[in-house]
Design a protein around this ligand. Structure first.
Ligand SMILES: [Zn+2]
Length: 359
């Protein structure tokens, strides 16, 4: 049962929750530049996620990057935008097709009937295909997952059967809370796919503002977009960058991922807003991710070349040094690293090595 539930995470991954009372803000709004604000989640790291967002307020209208994992969450984000401006939202850019970045789209459609949803070309098929399948699996399992997290907290045991740390307790309660909010959304949920697609690059010029929407290559998914404001040096990375533990999920392409991050750094951003986690003023964390991804890729390729099976490759690929770098002494972060980097990442890199796709 536990294994199946964890598999359900890894299938569609990427959701979050909170235990804060409704009247407590679940995010901080940080000003990054003139008319540019990041909405940064306050929830602790965990197995479920809600997405960071960015508001780009132009002369006549607003561009929002990503919606959220529940309708309630996007309503709160929109209310925060309303405190900054009464201009209409013209574009919502979905950095990729995972549900923690698109579920709230319908809130923008309801509030702004003319809004366009911008996504990478292949995200449209993925939302309808893999996304739909994963979504159904998650929705069927949501009540069980909520129960699981709450029971572990009561039993004071983590999902690996170890004594629950304070960090894990806060994280599990948050995961249960995020799932409860998602559960409320399910009966009225309408998934909205991109209405405007980008293959490689789309540049929006709005009086003094330039907004570049770029597909740098495959990475976290086959269809990641980043949003770059060249004048301000602000880069919105989506889940290509996730802090404090990266997300190399079952839909990631580890063989391409490091090259895509290198292209991201070639843009020389001054500020990087990750899909989850804190705003970064420098690129050291992205470089750390590149070293990790290079290592996964190189080791998986070597294992495939030696004729190892996936099970053998899982044993021969050594990522302990990186686990210590990303997780430190944290039992929670170590489990996240296992669940969202080692297990799906090694399998995905091994598959790519065998099929000869990627770099
Ligand atoms: Zn995400």
């Amino acid at each position: 049962m536990l294994k199946n539930l964890l598999a359900a995470f890894i299938l569609s991954i990427l959701f979050t929750s909170s235990t804060r009372p409704a009247d407590v803000e679940r995010f901080d709004v940080q000003k990054l530049g003139e008319g540019v604000y990041a909405v940064i989640r306050r929830e602790p790291p965990g197995l479920m996620f809600d997405a960071n967002n960015v508001f780009i307020i132009n002369e006549r209208n607003v561009i929002v990057v990503d919606s959220n994992f529940s309708l309630a969450s996007t309503k709160e984000v929109l209310a925060a935008l309303r405190k900054l401006t009464d201009k209409p939202v013209r574009y919502v850019i979905n950095t990729h097709w995972h549900d923690d970045h698109i579920t709230g789209n319908q809130i923008y459609r309801e509030a702004f009937p003319n809004v366009e949803f911008i996504g990478q070309e292949s995200a449209v098929a993925d939302i309808a295909g893999m996304g739909e399948k994963n979504r159904k699996g998650l929705q069927a399992n949501t009540p069980k997952l909520i129960k699981l997290f709450r029971e572990q907290v009561e039993k004071k045991k983590n999902l690996a059967g170890q004594d629950l740390t304070e960090e894990e307790r806060a994280s599990y309660l948050k995961d249960a809370g995020l799932l409860e909010r998602y559960l409320e959304s399910i009966p009225i949920l309408q998934i909205i796919a991109p209405t405007l697609t980008v293959k490689d690059k789309l540049t929006l010029r709005r009086s003094t503002r330039t907004v570049e929407i770029i597909h740098l290559g495959r990475g976290h998914t086959p269809a990641d977009l980043v949003v770059y404001l060249p004048q301000e040096g602000i880069l919105v990375a989506g889940d290509l960058v996730v802090h404090p533990v990266p997300l190399v999920g079952s839909t990631s392409l580890p063989a391409d991922y490091a090259a895509t991050l290198r292209k991201l750094l070639e843009l020389k951003p001054k500020v990087i807003v990750p899909g989850h986690g804190i705003v970064m003023q420098e690129d050291s964390y992205v470089r750390q991710m590149i070293r990790l991804l290079d290592s996964i890729n190189t080791q998986a390729k070597a294992a495939a070349r030696r004729g190892e099976t996936l099970e053998q490759a899982r044993k021969s690929v050594q990522l302990e040094e990186f686990r210590r770098e990303f997780a430190g002494e944290s039992q929670l972060k170590s489990f996240i690293f296992q669940t969202y980097v080692v297990t799906p990442g090694v399998a995905a890199a091994y598959r790519q090595a065998l099929s000869g796709t990627g770099n």
